[in-house]
Design a protein around this ligand. Structure first.
Ligand code: NAI
Ligand code: MG
Length: 489
């Protein structure tokens, strides 16, 4: 059962398998976005703490270390053990997530399940990561080994706190890396709980370190650290660019980036309209629109446009906003005051630039960071709301005539994270799927992301892929070993 009074036990930094205060003694408040009030004071990591965490992670990866010498199958067992412990504490973790993030309990519960699935998926990979035997020229035998890159820094956002941790931890651990992870300053609590569970699971000292703190201090220290070999980041494109620059300047560490999006969802005229309206609604409003791959440009073919808009408004007006612990609530608050203000500013811009406000458009309640579910119709490509990431519950519905036209318009963005098409016509679906510049394309569904399927962006939506077999690659180096063989056989 969801627990609105979930106790907050872990509020310190997790370094070398111990919970410790920050070197500076500093703490920061994490808030409940429903009320804007402090939930807990959390130890605030800065460079000195990151140095300690990296040094623990480096030691855990050294030659002769327990982690390095563990059989790959045993690594898999540890990851599975962590998945079991997360499952055992699912309700506590989901409740913490609701308190810290404001998402409805059912969504938080689903996130925790997806986190468990991610750990289990990668646990299975541990003893199946292997290289090749290559018939090289010159009569030699060449083999490749896949080796862990070493200490990895991981920086995650607040929209899916535990799930983003799972997407980062699981492939890194499967590859045999050691980790320093910084959760988002808005949502540090579930990561610290997971750190405690990792200790209970039996990961050796220093393999997993979690350092809550701010981006420009703790985050920067991770990205700038010479002993960190790779950084994995999920967040804004703006910060992604800073991270790529810092990484290049410090030690050219490898970088994988999962950034923003302005993903198109195309609705063709042959759809079942009620079904399409619902898919498009969920594609945007799930998690309050705070999803990197949300379908934030709903393109609807001319013939069904008016009916689609009317039905979307009808559905959206029914959307229940309120306390995320109430079982009938579909939408809680946005993450913080800054985000709420940013969304309201985009709504004003939408009105000013000539889009038609169909419903919503204001903040909801004077307490907390709620925004009404909002729909704009008559949105055109050049409007700010059709170009920039709003990251809130604001659906923009655009009209198009032909498939060729919508393909061109769908690609007219600097982003390329995801795209979707709803149609019964297989030719239309695959023409679109092949032509659209996006890392994921969903046909007759949206955000169908699972542990087995690679996820990541084209263009300025990022570098590299997470999940699936491809998700291991960023955490691995390929070593080629060549043996000179006797000349005759
Ligand atoms: P952000 O990109 O600032 O934060 C994400 C993470 O990066 C946090 O852990 C933060 O502490 C860290 N960070 C910030 N500056 C850093 C730096 N200089 N060096 C290292 N780490 C740093 O995103 P924010 O401010 O939370 O949200 C702003 C906008 O970004 C949102 O409105 C949304 O448009 C986008 N965003 C996209 C996400 C995605 O899933 N792709 C997730 C969160 C935000
Ligand atoms: Mg919070």
């Amino acid at each position: 059962m969801a627990n609105p009074n979930q106790k907050i036990v872990y509020t310190k930094l997790f370094i070398n398998n111990a919970f410790v205060d920050a070197q500076s003694g500093k703490k920061f408040a994490t808030l409940n976005p429903v009320t804007g009030k402090t939930l807990a004071e959390v130890a605030e990591a800065d460079k000195a703490d990151v140095d300690l965490a990296v040094s623990a992670a480096k030691k855990a990866f050294e030659r002769g270390s327990e982690w390095r010498n563990l059989d790959a199958s045993q690594r898999g067992r540890l990851i599975n053990k962590l998945a079991d412990l997360i499952e055992e504490h699912k309700t506590e973790l989901a409740s913490l997530e609701v308190l810290d993030n404001g998402k409805p309990f059912a969504e938080a519960d689903f996130d925790i399940q997806c986190s468990i699935d991610t750990f289990r998926y990668y646990a299975g990979w541990c003893d199946k990561i292997h290289g090749n035997t290559i018939p090289a020229d010159g009569g030699s035998l060449a083999v490749t080994l896949k080796e862990a890159v070493g200490v990895v820094g991981q920086i995650i956002p607040w929209n899916y706190p535990l799930l983003m941790l799972a997407w980062k931890f699981a492939p890194a651990l499967a590859a045999g890396c050691t980790i320093v992870l910084k959760p988002a300053e808005q949502t540090p609590l579930s990561a610290l709980f997971a750190a405690a569970l990792s200790k209970q699971a039996g990961f050796p000292d220093g393999v997993i370190n979690v350092v809550p703190g701010f981006g420009e201090t703790a985050g920067h220290a991770i990205v700038n650290h010479p002993d960190v070999r790779k950084v994995a980041f999920t967040g804004s494109t703006e910060v992604g660019r800073i991270i790529a620059e810092t990484a290049a300047k410090s030690n050219l560490k490898k970088v994988s980036l999962e950034l923003g999006g302005k993903s198109p969802l195309v609705v063709m005229e042959d759809v079942d309209l009620d079904e399409a309206v619902e898919i498009a609604h969920n594609a945007l409003f799930a998690n309050h629109g705070q999803c990197c791959c949300c379908g934030s440009r709903t393109f609807v073919q001319e013939k069904v446009y008016d009916a689609f808009v009317a039905k979307s408004v009808e559905l959206t007006l029914k959307r229940k906003v309120g306390n995320p612990f109430s079982t009938d609530v579909q939408q809680g608050p946005q993450i913080d005051a800054e985000s709420q203000q940013k969304i309201l500013k985009y709504i004003e811009l939408g009105k000013k630039e000539g889009a038609k406000l169909e419903c919503g458009g204001k903040k909801w309640s004077n307490e907390g960071y709620f925004v009404e579910p909002t729909i704009f119709s008559s949105v055109t490509d050049n409007m700010t709301i059709a170009q920039e990431e709003i990251f809130g519950p604001v659906q923009s519905i655009l009209k198009f005539k032909t498939l060729d036209e919508v393909i061109e318009r769908a690609n007219k963005t600097t982003y390329g994270l995801a795209a979707g098409i709803l149609t019964k016509n297989i030719d239309w679906a695959f023409t679109f799927a092949r032509a659209v510049e996006a890392g994921s394309v969903w046909i007759n569904c949206f955000d169908a992301t699972t542990a087995q399927t690679p996820f990541g962006g084209y263009k300025q939506s990022g570098h590299g892929r997470e999940l699936g077999e491809d998700g291991l690659e960023p955490y691995l180096e390929t070593k080629t070993i060549v043996v000179k063989l006797p000349t005759k056989n």
